[in-house]
Design a binder for this molecule. Structure first.
Ligand SMILES: [Zn+2]
Length: 124
């Protein structure tokens, strides 16, 4: 039986956009880190995973964490920036969203037709 997955609300970590700011700016990150006194933090605040906004008791437990799937999923999510320049460009039509898609058969035929068209019209 698989575990029932529920959205955690009690122990919510930082929002992804906050973590983005942490990753971009070390000042932003140190502000967050200094928001709590080190004595209150696990491992006196020495071991911190920026991506997951989590504190760890020891180097060992942090290393274990960075190899785990929760951390990797988080890193993957963070790679997709919520409001990136690419998206902004796409919004004003500089980029299309289907760049990685394989061209369909139909569009290949259209391309061929288009190039044939150029050949036939060029020798006027
Ligand atoms: Zn992590």
């Amino acid at each position: 039986m698989g575990a029932i997955r529920r959205v955690k609300t009690k122990r919510r970590t930082r929002d992804l956009d906050q973590v983005h700011a942490d990753l971009r700016s070390s000042k932003h990150l140190s502000q967050h880190k200094s928001a709590k006194p080190a004595e209150d933090l696990p491992g006196l605040g020495q071991w911190y995973c920026v991506e997951c906004a989590k504190w760890f008791e020891s180097e060992h437990s942090m290393q274990q964490h960075t190899r785990g799937k929760n951390h990797k999923r988080r890193v993957r999510m963070l790679k997709e920036e919520p409001y990136s320049q690419k998206e902004a460009d796409a919004a004003i039509g500089l980029l299309t969203d289907n760049g990685t898609r394989k061209p369909s058969k139909l569009s290949l035929i259209e391309e061929q037709a288009a190039s044939l068209d150029l050949e036939t019209t060029s020798h006027e």
